[in-house]
Design a binder for this molecule. Sequence first.
Ligand code: NAD
Length: 287
Amino acid sequence: MIIDGKQAAAQLRVAIAQGVTALKESKGITPSLTVVLVGEDPASQVYVRNKAKQTTEVGMISNEIRLPVSCSQAELLSQLSSLNNDPSVHGILVQLPLPKHIDESVVISAIRPEKDVDGFHAMNSGRLLNGESGALVPCTPQGCIILAKQHLGDDLSGKHAVVIGRSNIVGKPVALLLLQENCTVTIAHSRTKNLAQVCQQADILIAAVGRAEFVQADWVKKGATVIDVGINRIEDAVTGKMKLVGDVDYAAVSDVCGAITPVPGGVGPMTIACLLKNTLEAAKLYG
Ligand code: NAD
């Protein structure tokens, strides 16, 4: 079975739009998201455009601040300070990656945790780790859990989940969310020995590696749920054109697993939808 991320994201956006209307009616608050883009990276420009479009489509206010690639770290921090202090801004997202002369970790810690809709601030990761309420949780990991539940239902307890990848953006937070769902969680990474055997244990296999078609069919237990986070651009062997593929050998693994997310059209669309979910949450909790 194919887990359709486009459809799940569309459904989530409908629910978010309803939440936005309810918040406007009950408290007179219209959630607003400000995206800060430094430089002119073409891929980042496309992401920012998509985010803006979807933000307004659910009835939120979308603002964009574009800074030149020459912008200093101090200038960016000063911009963030104004946004932190502006009560009409509920969500702040600094589009990554940043130019090399700017320290990403300094920038992330400068965003007020209550407005950190990417969920990367140490306060939010700490709250997630402690299982405290009020955490803004990273978007892609949230999307992974929603998609896994789409196939398996709401109760994931007791399932063995294997996450390949331990980044702060995907691997670690998705592992914590799976733990919250009472899964038995294994985190595999570049130093893991016998990766194939580790993966064969998984009822839920999450691949967040960044290596094209890395996960092979004989690593996957029959009937497992496979969530492919990877986005890799490779040349098509037949047409010679560039195409997007995930971290899983989709065609081969599809024959073995119970359900799988495609690339594109799986986890990707959920990421922006969960960003809007976080913005609504931030406006509700702290607006
Ligand atoms: P990252 O490079 O920060 O982390 C990759 C992880 O993979 C590392 O923790 C590393 O230990 C592990 N790894 C590398 N080689 C390995 C190997 N041979 N065996 C086992 N583990 C290995 O990447 P990231 O930011 O976590 O992103 C992972 C992938 O997900 C990338 O393709 C990225 O483009 C994609 N991504 C997609 C979305 C989305 O919205 N769908 C969002 C974020 C990232």
